[in-house]
Design a protein around this ligand. Structure first.
Ligand code: HEM
Length: 295
């Protein structure tokens, strides 16, 4: 019996590989990469390493979490995930949500992210953490610890806000800057975050996909380093979005060297982005098997 191979624990590699292909096809067909990336980030982004709750456990699929103000519009993204779950019932929601984001980035021209799978789903909405832990793009900035939902900080410093949010998850300055580069894709909407000044721009009026919103870059479906190139150039373009938390990446002494480096070298951005994205995709997750499964 000593030579009999035990069955692989956790999700099957065959199902993972098949689901990754389905995610890639979905992104190409529906042009939905940005919203899938935002969905996965918001599942992770409420992690608190001290409170030991939140994180990549698919609690975002529950209405209670989707109703958090920061998650406006993400019910539509969950609607894209559900058919994948129906087709691949052996995979967890948490894995599919994170996989769809990684596949979306690769399909948009970004790096291949060295993902692990086997995340265990939160079973009930009791796992939904307190509201108020995701970052705000503009002041007034939330406390980010969720201790006082709705209680906005008097501190107008976007750098301090970003550090409160990302340090709480165990991420550092380089990772904050690299991950902010995800805004090289996607758009913000007045009726969701309320951050943009325009309903629509010359880059977004015709879609593809949903029409309107304000993008950070011209080619907002291409994952590249244009976000940092525009920041470094100090480009002022009324049709492009720049939030306070974007602009501060070039003015804060801890963030600036990374932002400049990523503007100069797409390869450097891709390398750091892939590592930071992998780390973000695992915050707060329990893996079965504990070492995870890679494809
Ligand atoms: C650094 C702090 C961050 C702030 C303040 C922030 C804020 C925002 C806001 C206000 C929007 C617009 C939402 C809407 O109106 O629909 C947005 C969109 C987006 N965010 Fe972030 N975000 C941050 C970090 C991240 C990270 C870490 C990622 C991924 C790794 C990410 C990925 C995205 C994407 C892809 C979109 C576009 C979604 C779409 O087009 O539907 N963001 N973000």
């Amino acid at each position: 019996m000593g030579n009999v191979k035990s069955k692989q624990a956790g999700p099957s590699k065959k199902a993972l590989t098949s689901c990754y292909k389905d995610c890639t096809a979905l992104v190409k067909e529906r042009k939905c990469a940005p919203i899938l990336v935002r969905l996965a980030w918001h599942d992770c982004g409420n992690y608190d390493r001290n409170a030991r709750n939140g994180g990549a456990c698919a609690s975002i699929r529950f209405d209670k979490e989707l109703a958090h103000g920061c998650n406006a519009g993400l019910d539509g993204a969950m609607g894209l995930i559900q058919p994948l779950k129906d087709k691949h019932p052996g995979l967890s929601y948490a894995d599919i949500i994170q996989m769809a984001s990684a596949a979306a980035i690769e399909a948009s021209g970004g790096p291949k992210i060295p993902m692990r799978y086997g995340r265990v789903d939160a079973e009930t909405d009791a796992a939904v953490p307190i509201e108020g832990r995701l970052p705000d793009g503009e002041a007034p900035f939330g406390q980010a610890d969720g201790a006082c939902p709705g209680d906005k900080s008097e501190d107008p410093d976007p750098a301090a806000h970003l550090r409160r949010v990302f340090y709480r998850m165990g991420l550092n300055d380089r990772e904050i800057v690299a991950l902010s580069g995800a805004h090289t894709i996607g758009r913000a909407y007045k009726e969701r975050s309320g951050v943009p000044t325009l309903d629509s721009t010359k880059y977004t009026a015709e879609g593809p996909g949903t029409k309107g919103g304000m993008s950070w870059t011209r080619d907002w479906l291409d994952f590249n380093n244009d976000y940092f190139v525009a920041l470094a150039a100090g480009e002022k373009n009324a049709d492009l979005l720049e939030m306070s938390t974007d602009a501060v990446l070039l003015t804060d002494e801890g963030f600036k060297p990374h932002a400049l480096k990523y503007g100069e070298s797409q390869a450097a951005f891709f390398e750091d982005y892939a590592a930071a994205h992998k780390k973000l995709s695992e915050v707060g997750s329990t893996f079965d098997p504990p070492e995870g499964v890679s494809i």
